[in-house]
Design a protein around this ligand. Structure first.
Ligand SMILES: Nc1ncnc2c1ncn2[C@@H]1O[C@H](COP(=O)(O)OP(=O)(O)OP(=O)(O)O)[C@@H](O)[C@H]1O
Length: 304
């Protein structure tokens, strides 16, 4: 198999006696959106900080485009954009001055930087109207931080919770924007707590718990491996007294059976036919990534 644009092998981070990230290995292919999810304290931010060479791993290695992050961090920074969970912005600066300042830090020639800033402001629908960064809304500040991460047009983007804490519209705008970055050929690793967002956006998903990989795959693969598909059968019969195949709910004259056993479905349909009744509806209930996630984390789910 071709090596990924990002290759992580046996990554470990210790803080004193505490192991924040433990023997983590994964590979991200070029042009993929790769999501890292896990409960608070799972080690997501620590992993992203190691990928962005903000902190050094205790052991293990990370390669980006074949370069070792520990040794070639300067070169890697030229094609990497990092968006931290909390982005400290220079509150007293105007948006364009702020972005120009970062363009200079990345040695982007002035003319190209001006064009890039115009494009980014347009693409992100960011109209600051001459306001200082400190006077912008939370969503606009997040957009400024995203524009900053893209100022040098990097190929690889590492985004820590890019759309968290924002209103649904801005959050949606940012996730759509991340999707458009993928269409322009960029590779994106991001963390999020909103699993519907992760499911709709990511090509592959890594679930972390206590610093360890729990599972890794497409949403479909994770669903296949961990999700219990259930069947919901709704039927009508004149007399339910003889039904002993499974538990059922009486819903005002129709009866509902929810089961993960296909034999129960087959036997029930036969029984309903033999009683001269009708099947009102039969469907499968596919678990959401959220339900699988909660189950993997050991949280009991209650189904009505
Ligand atoms: N500098 C540090 N010193 C000591 N422990 C730390 C340090 N940074 C992180 N940790 C610990 O490492 C663990 C993982 O933290 P991390 O921030 O990576 O989790 P996370 O998955 O990003 O959580 P969240 O979803 O809350 O952002 C936590 O228990 C945290 O307290």
């Amino acid at each position: 198999m071709e090596p990924g644009i990002i290759e992580v092998n046996g990554l470990r981070k210790e803080y004193g006696d505490f192991v924040a990230v433990d023997n983590l290995s994964f590979s991200v292919s070029k042009g993929q959106i790769f999501g890292i999810v896990g409960p608070n304290g799972a080690g997501k931010t620590t992993t992203l900080k190691m990928l962005s060479s903000l902190i050094r791993p205790t052991s293990g290695n990370i390669y980006m485009k074949g370069l070792d992050v520990s040794n070639d961090s300067v070169e890697i920074k030229s094609f990497l954009g990092f968006l931290p969970e909390e982005s400290p912005l220079y509150e007293s600066m105007g948006v364009e001055d702020y972005l120009m300042f970062f363009a200079e830090l990345y040695s982007v020639p002035k003319d190209r930087a001006k064009k890039r800033i115009r494009e980014l402001l347009f693409d992100l629908a960011l109209n600051a109207d001459g306001k200082k960064i400190g006077d912008l809304s939370k969503g606009m500040k997040r957009k400024v931080a995203i524009a900053r991460s893209l100022i040098n047009d990097p190929d690889i983007l590492i985004y820590d919770e890019p759309a968290s804490g924002l209103d649904p519209m801005t959050s949606r705008y940012i996730t759509d924007y991340v999707r458009s970055l993928k269409s322009s050929g960029k590779t994106i690793i991001f963390t999020a707590h909103n699993l519907y967002q992760v499911e709709s956006l990511c090509d592959r998903i890594l679930i972390l718990k206590n610093g360890k990989l729990v599972t890794l795959g497409t949403a479909e693969e994770i669903r296949k491996e961990y999700g219990k598909i259930q069947y919901r059968l709704e039927f009508k019969v004149d007399n339910i007294d003889g039904y002993i195949i499974a538990d059922f709910k009486d819903m005002d004259g129709t009866y509902v059976v929810i089961t993960n056993d296909i034999n129960v479905v087959n036997q029930t349909t036969k029984w309903v036919a033999s009683e001269g009744g009708d099947i009102v509806e039969m469907r499968t209930i596919v678990p959401s990534l959220e339900e699988i996630f909660l189950e993997l984390m050991g949280v009991e789910l209650f189904v009505d």
